[in-house]
Design a protein. Structure first.
Ligand code: HEM
Length: 281
């Protein structure tokens, strides 16, 4: 049988930023670039139940996508602050595609049976997605701020600082409302560190935006935000369905009542006036 050898093509230039020194010198440029040496060591089931691997990988994939979504929403915020609607819309659009992948990632858990989940659930201990700092950062960005949740991260200075910064900074919706205020609409664009509360003046501003041809660009922004909001809710609904399938109404490992708690979260509208205004149009 013929022997095949795979040789790495020589690059005409020296690639930069491929990772720290001391990596396996035999690694391909692809392995070094994507840090596969680290990545593929991170999936370590704690039980002997086969289904635990898909649970870990789904969690890790979603965590990476939470980070990517934060990146896009932050880019949208910076564009809004510059009054650059074109770039803000582009960032939100990229974000909705990330959200679509996040939402379809629940398919990976669709085959997890309650018998399998119950068999490996004890290895989770008190671990729960509720403790995801990347998810909490996204919550703060959409206006669901809750200072008391920072207490979970007292043991991790960097995470605590990041979230405390996000709590004090304007949310994505705050930046949208500040833009509406700059465009002469009667809204108070002052950011708050508390959970966003629906405001009749904001609903009225969106009514104007949707009906006045002079603000067609802001109406496009409103629709992009609604696309975003709907996908956040869809993620919560799919999470709820996964939980219902895999463990029914048992309490959560994070200490919540489980389904009842998740249902209440799924029923809260994101960017609430963009939903309520529909009844006024
Ligand atoms: C079948 C698998 C899963 C079950 C049974 C489950 C269960 C739960 C439960 C019961 C809660 C409420 C808090 C608690 O008491 O623990 C929760 C919250 C949460 N879970 Fe899951 N989960 C699953 C998969 C995932 C995955 C794959 C992720 C991805 C990272 C995730 C992320 C979250 C997040 C971010 C929260 C907080 C939600 C919020 O604040 O609205 N979960 N989960």
């Amino acid at each position: 049988m013929a022997q095949h050898t795979v040789s790495t093509p020589k690059l005409a230039f020296a690639p930069e930023g491929l990772g720290p020194e001391g990596e396996d010198s035999g690694a391909t440029p692809y392995e070094r670039y994507a840090r596969l040496d680290v990545l593929h060591t991170l999936q370590q089931p704690r039980s002997k139940i086969d289904a635990e691997l898909s649970f870990i990988i789904t969690t890790q994939v979603m965590e990476l996508l939470f980070d990517l979504l934060r990146h896009e929403w932050t880019r949208a915020q910076h564009a809004l602050r510059e009054d650059d609607l074109t770039e803000a819309l582009a960032a939100l659009r990229r974000g909705t595609h990330v959200q679509d992948v996040l939402n379809s990632s629940w398919d990976l858990l669709a085959t997890l049976t309650p018998v399998e989940f119950t068999a490996f659930r004890p290895v989770l201990g008190e671990a729960s997605g509720f403790q995801s700092s990347a998810f909490l950062h996204l919550e703060f960005l959409i206006g669901n701020k809750a200072e008391k949740l920072l207490a979970m991260y007292q043991g991790s200075t960097a995470t605590h600082q990041e979230l405390a910064g996000a709590l004090r900074a304007p949310s994505l919706y705050d930046d949208v409302l500040a833009l509406l205020a700059r465009r002469g609409l009667a809204v108070d664009g002052t950011p708050s560190t508390a959970r966003y509360q629906p405001d009749p003046a904001v609903e009225e501003a969106w009514r104007t935006v949707y009906t006045d041809p002079a603000t067609a660009d802001l109406a496009a922004l409103a629709e992009a935000l609604l696309d975003t909001a709907e996908r956040v809710t869809r993620w919560r609904q799919r999470h709820y369905a996964s939980v219902k399938r895999s463990m029914g109404a048992k309490p959560g490992t994070g200490g919540s009542s489980g389904l009842t708690w998740l249902k209440a979260a799924a029923e809260q509208d994101v960017f609430p006036e963009l939903w309520s205004v529909r009844g006024a149009l």
